[in-house]
Design a protein around this ligand. Structure first.
Ligand code: ZN
Ligand code: ZN
Length: 179
């Protein structure tokens, strides 16, 4: 299946353009496609739904995406499936628009493109994912991580280290002389 991901704003139909795709991970990970850095370590195909339509001089893009990445937990080092979902909202104009022509909330988000105004929905998606990408993730909020002393994964097994340390802490207390 091929996806026509290029939108020509100048030729945009009056009712805009809608898409409802499940994109293969191979496409999102292909460094030869698009101009935004390819995604990495995808575990699933990527759902990408959205719409772009004209509103006066401005083209408004709104979309939602969902994907699963293979990530490494920052605490226990385990590789796990990390689900990401996000929203992409962007405005485009084919002519440089003066601030007086834009709504307050559009001034920072409106991107000017030269006619005919080509928008690559692959780039828009990748950019949105990278913006939402967290450099550090944990497999679970309650992840116990690795033992600082012996290195075992405390989610899977327990070790004697904590106990020993607690004991030695008590032992140390015993040695303190209270007058
Ligand atoms: Zn973890
Ligand atoms: Zn230990």
């Amino acid at each position: 299946m091929s996806f026509n991901m290029l939108v020509n704003l100048q030729d945009l139909p009056a009712n805009g353009r809608q898409w409802n795709w499940t994109l293969p991970k191979s496409l999102l990970e292909d460094p030869l496609r698009g101009t935004v850095d390819a995604l990495v370590d995808l575990e699933s195909d990527v759902v990408w739904n959205g719409e772009i339509r004209a509103d006066g001089q401005i083209f408004i893009l709104q979309g939602q995406w969902c994907l699963t990445l293979k990530r490494q937990c920052d605490r226990c080092n385990m590789i796990f499936s990390f689900v990401m979902q996000g929203e992409s909202v962007q405005d485009f104009s084919l002519f440089p628009l003066g601030k007086e022509m834009l709504e307050e909330d559009e001034i920072d988000t409106c991107e000017h493109l030269d006619p005919p105004g080509l928008v690559d929905l692959l780039d828009v998606l990748r950019e949105s994912v990278w913006l939402a990408y967290k450099p550090v993730v944990v497999c679970d909020g309650g992840c116990l991580g690795l033992c600082q002393h012996c290195g075992v994964n405390l989610n899977i097994e327990s070790c004697k280290c904590t106990q020993t340390h607690v004991n030695s802490a008590f032992a140390a207390l015993k040695n303190i002389k209270f007058d």
